[in-house]
Design a protein around this ligand. Structure first.
Ligand SMILES: Cc1ncc(COP(=O)(O)O)c(C=O)c1O
Length: 297
């Protein structure tokens, strides 16, 4: 792949045996709180720097792991950063938002729902450009063909670690950037993996369309051999028990938003597939800590 990449993560991340499955430890990328999002940011920052950008503009909800990673990546690369945050300022900021502020990024509250963010990012980019700046806009979650390259590269990385051809790969889905990249990367290396995306926030028809659109922009053709599992809605008490069981048995901490739901889906999948399962741990330490707080009380 000939795309500019600014290394940020400690790669390859480990692949370990875990609960009768394999666990891909992207929680261990070692870049702030970014987890797997460090992969997308390597290509997004590489592209921004190659284009001579002097300010990164992105956005997310206050709890977005992506905005925490993006602000830190901009700081490390010596680029200014503006982060549009949905809603209004709250008394107690989550760790993700504190990371944005501590990275020196400017926080701009939108006062509106997160669904508005991508449009507002575009508007902010146009405004900065009109004022003589060279902005680089990134939609929520880094969901662009460039951002997806991070997981396309991760497909090669995983193939090099697995000692077998066929597998079921299970990963959480938010914006769809990661699964789109993984599918494109899987096709590029002709890996025989069935990919299961666990949608944690967006309704399936919507996210399916967004993933297909992104994959098509990368590969110019649709891909098969993947499906989505619905895990929208807040983590419940069963999720807390799932998280605690993994922690106590194997010392692995999963987050509320993405990890526990994906772990639960992968565990259920074990009953209906003969394929070895690779569960992708994508990080999410901030909500892992709050889930721990909830479990302890
Ligand atoms: C910890 C974690 N896992 C998974 C995802 C979902 O990834 P994607 O937005 O690429 O679908 C996110 C999104 O921000 C995340 O923070």
């Amino acid at each position: 792949m000939n795309h500019p990449r600014r290394p940020l993560a400690l790669l390859p991340t480990p692949l370990q045996r875990f609960a009768g499955m394999y666990l891909k430890r992207d929680d261990l990328t070692g870049f702030g709180l970014a987890g797997a999002k460090a992969r997308a940011l390597e290509y997004l920052l590489g592209d921004a720097l190659a284009r001579g950008a002097d300010v990164l503009v992105t956005g997310g909800s206050p709890g977005s792991n992506f905005i925490a990673g993006a602000a830190l990546a901009a700081s490390v690369c010596g680029v200014e950063c503006e982060v549009l945050v949905s809603g209004t300022a709250r008394e107690q900021a989550p760790a993700t938002l504190n990371m944005v502020t501590c990275s020196g990024a400017k926080v701009l509250y939108t006062g509106s729902d997160r669904a508005e963010l991508d449009k507002l990012i575009d508007e902010r980019v146009a405004h900065l450009r009109k004022n003589g700046r060279t902005p680089y806009g990134i939609p929520r979650g880094g969901a662009t063909p460039v951002g997806a390259l991070g997981f396309a590269r991760a497909a090669e990385e995983l193939a090099g670690q697995l000692g077998f051809d066929e597998a079921a790969v299970v990963l959480p889905v938010g914006s769809g950037a990661s699964i789109a990249g993984l599918l494109a990367g899987r096709e590029a290396i002709a890996a025989r993996w069935h990919v299961y995306g666990v949608s944690v926030s967006r309704p399936l028809p919507q996210i399916r369309g967004e993933i297909l659109a992104l994959v098509t922009r990368i590969r110019q053709e649709a891909v098969t051999g993947w499906e989505l599992i619905d895990a929208t809605g807040a983590a419940d008490d069963r999720d807390v028990r799932t998280m605690l069981a993994a922690l106590r048995a194997d010392g692995v901490l999963f987050d509320a938003e993405h990890g526990t739901k994906t772990l639960a889906a992968a565990t259920r999948l074990r009953a209906r597939t003969e394929l070895p399962i690779v569960l992708w741990h994508t990080g999410g330490l901030p909500t892992a800590l709050s889930l721990l707080g909830r479990a302890a009380t």
